[in-house]
Design a protein around this ligand. Structure first.
Ligand SMILES: Cc1cc2nc3c(=O)[nH]c(=O)nc-3n(C[C@H](O)[C@H](O)[C@H](O)COP(=O)(O)OP(=O)(O)OC[C@H]3O[C@@H](n4cnc5c(N)ncnc54)[C@H](O)[C@@H]3O)c2cc1C
Length: 337
């Protein structure tokens, strides 16, 4: 309530999301603010930052983006090279980000920048909240294979940001990033792009639902949706107890990836020859073609499937970690991409 919300529980947030999904509502443009930046500011922000940033997220006045990935730093995010240097009471930021969803209509971005190159790569990173209309920011949209523009390149050239916008202590950006990524995985894991009912409607309209193979594939998909539902309850119950999203959000995200992969293929198979059509020519106006084409986004964004498996292997199953020979080496001494 103190941050402008309704003070309801994470479980009820899940109930709301499930109900919202039954309608054609696009809350996507607010998802980084509501699902990722907001919770991270609640965990790491000062009282002044919470007062300034949280309410406009809830009222949809401010749209947020995540300025993490770079051309040379994706899965190996700690290898990021964008630099922030202190000048009086301002950071001066230089570098390039890429794959920044929604940057072209965002008001603020959560930026990771290197502020100390003399310590190992995970330690010299600081998180800074950047006003996206600041002088020196150039945003170049990237058009995808499906024609849509979802993400961007963002160039930062002597961008000045007040030191008061530093989120968490200087040099603790990796911890802040882990918080935001766990929330991202949990919110991607919340699903949202399609429901089993839509698949069933399509199957009953265009396919033969008495065909045993079709029934088996539908049952497989239904089981995955149910797994997602129960995993979602588990994550939200943990949140209800005050626990932050942990490696279980990686499990959740992997289940969603599987849903898009298996579901995307099934949807077009159900359409038969019509699956080759697109747009207005295709069944349901091409909605399921869009889903098929979009299946790779959740399998990469927020950390790829392979990275989620690494996290689960190391942090859930306790398997030996990857060999990281650069862990103790100052960033400055690492070969730069
Ligand atoms: C739809 C979408 C939206 C996105 N939105 C944003 C955003 O808003 N903000 C942002 O900062 N970023 C965003 N990203 C970027 C995303 O986080 C990165 O693409 C992702 O982390 C992978 O990084 P990369 O593309 O550099 O691939 P790479 O890291 O180069 O990976 C290439 C391949 O190698 C594999 N690989 C790499 N390292 C390992 C390893 N250690 N073990 C096993 N396999 C490995 C990967 O799984 C992948 O298959 C988005 C991406 C997508 C697809």
């Amino acid at each position: 309530m103190e941050h402008g919300g309704r003070g309801l529980s994470p479980l009820l947030a899940g109930v709301f999301a499930a109900e919202e999904q039954k309608f054609d509502v696009s809350g996507n443009m607010f998802s980084v603010g509501v699902g990722m930046a907001g919770p991270t500011i609640i965990e790491w922000g000062t009282k002044a930052q919470q007062d300034q940033f949280l309410a406009p997220i809830l009222t949809a006045e401010h749209i947020w983006c995540q300025l993490f990935s770079e051309p040379g730093a994706g899965s190996d995010l700690a290898g990021l090279a964008t630099k922030a240097v202190l000048d009086g009471d301002e950071w001066v930021v230089n570098g390039q980000k890429v794959w920044t969803s929604a940057a072209h209509y965002s008001d603020y971005g959560v930026l990771l920048a290197r502020t100390d190159a003399d310590v190992p790569k995970h330690r010299g990173i600081t998180c800074i909240l950047v006003e996206m209309h600041s002088p020196g920011i150039e945003i170049r949209p990237l058009r995808q294979i499906d024609g849509a523009i979802h993400f961007n390149e963002v160039f930062l050239d002597d961008v000045r940001v007040p030191v008061a916008n530093t989120l968490g202590p200087v040099g603790s950006g990796w911890g802040v990033a882990m918080t935001m990524l766990a929330h991202e995985r949990a919110s991607i894991g919340g699903g949202g792009m399609y429901s089993f009912d839509q698949v069933l409607t399509l199957a009953r309209t265009v396919a033969d639902t008495s065909d045993p193979v079709t029934r088996q594939r539908l049952a497989d998909l239904y089981t995955r949706f149910e797994m997602l539902r129960f995993l979602g309850y588990r994550v939200r119950t943990a949140a209800e107890r005050g626990e932050l999203p942990g490696p279980e959000s990686s499990v959740l995200k992997l289940v969603v990836s599987g849903l898009y992969e298996v579901g995307g293929d099934l949807l077009l198979a159900l359409e038969g020859a019509s699956g080759m059509l697109n747009g207005a020519d295709a069944p349901f106006g091409g909605k399921f073609q869009d889903l098929f084409m979009g299946q790779w986004a959740p399998r990469i964004g927020g950390g790829t499937d392979q990275i989620q498996r690494n996290i689960i292997g190391e942090r859930v199953l306790g398997l030996p970690g990857e060999i990281r020979s650069d862990k103790q080496v100052p960033f400055r001494e690492l070969p730069q991409v």
